[in-house]
Ligand binder design. Structure first.
Ligand SMILES: Nc1ncnc2c1ncn2[C@@H]1O[C@H](COP(=O)(O)OP(=O)(O)O)[C@@H](O)[C@H]1O
Ligand SMILES: [Mg+2]
Length: 270
């Protein structure tokens, strides 16, 4: 039987994705919104898959071929991230630097936030190693969806940001003005609904973007904005100095074992 299918009680081949979706939706329908608590069972059931809770009683399911794993363990980390989301929903802003070695699970934690941000607007960007020499490239990636708000900014800030993004000619803009412009831009967007900014691979942000984002993150107050910066260790995090940190260490046993076992191909149909 092909991977991704299994037999039901009558011997018919059914999609494991459907099985998983039914399972998760039954948990949600039963009022158990914290479906991640059921990791172990889901892993035993299907190997691995990722879920995004899209609203009460609904879950979107992606198989690993779509790019994500179900988060195993990480109770302390997800608890802290849940609190950040709750704070954003009640009007408090926070910025956190998520630090850890390559492969330890930083992106997986950002994925978790994405999957638990119902009611929030989420914007995701990532540092790109080949763009490190391009000033404001990373900032552009983060702000591009909001450029229609540019016209509401005070003149000097609007001009500075527009120049940074090549929307108007001019000398390299004052980074202080660019920082204020981004702060106001994000605050305005967050007026409609809480705004969650997920910046992955912060170690590869161009310097201008890192400076501006660090400046903005340190000035967040009551705008309903959450900024998370995933940064590989070891690395220079000086542009994000003064921000709270979430250090991601290796998974504990038996969570590490669960992830390892789930990564063995063929397990689903065994
Ligand atoms: N807690 C976890 N549960 C399940 N899979 C995980 C967990 N943490 C990491 N992974 C998986 O391990 C791999 C590496 O994690 P990733 O988040 O990409 O690391 P990083 O971003 O720190 O380099 C990914 O395939 C990810 O889905
Ligand atoms: Mg990563």
């Amino acid at each position: 039987m092909p991977r991704g299918r299994r037999e039901d009680a009558t011997g018919s081949s059914i999609s494991t994705r459907k099985l998983f979706a039914d399972h998760v939706n039954s948990l949600l329908d039963g009022g158990q919104h914290e479906v991640t608590r059921d990791h172990d069972r889901i892993h035993r059931l299907l190997g691995y898959a990722s879920i995004a809770v899209t609203g009460p009683g609904r879950a979107t399911v992606r198989s690993t071929t779509d790019g994500g794993n179900l988060l195993v363990g990480r109770r302390a980390e997800t608890g802290r991230l849940d609190r950040l989301l709750a704070d954003a929903r009640s009007g408090t802003s926070t910025a956190v630097v998520v630090r850890g070695d390559a492969g330890v699970g930083k992106t997986a934690l950002l994925d978790y936030v994405l999957g638990h941000a119902a009611g929030c607007r989420v914007v995701r960007s990532s540092g790109v190693e080949s763009e490190m020499e391009l000033p404001f490239a990373g900032l552009h990636q983060l702000c591009a969806p909001f450029l229609d708000h540019l016209e509401h900014l005070p003149g000097p800030q609007r001009e500075a940001l527009a120049t940074a993004f090549g929307l108007r000619p001019g000398a390299p803009p004052d980074r202080f003005l660019v920082g204020l412009a981004v702060l106001n831009l994000l605050a305005e967007v967050a007026e409609a609904q809480p705004l969650i900014c997920l910046v992955d691979d912060g170690q590869w942000l161009d310097r201008a973007s890192a400076q501006v984002l660090g400046f903005v993150a340190r000035r967040l107050a009551a705008e309903s904005v959450v900024m998370l910066f995933a940064m590989r260790e070891p690395g220079d995090t000086s542009d994000f100095a003064g921000l709270p940190e979430l250090t991601v260490g290796p998974l504990e046993e038996p969570d590490a074992r669960t992830v390892l076992v789930s990564a063995i191909p063929g397990r689903i149909d065994a």
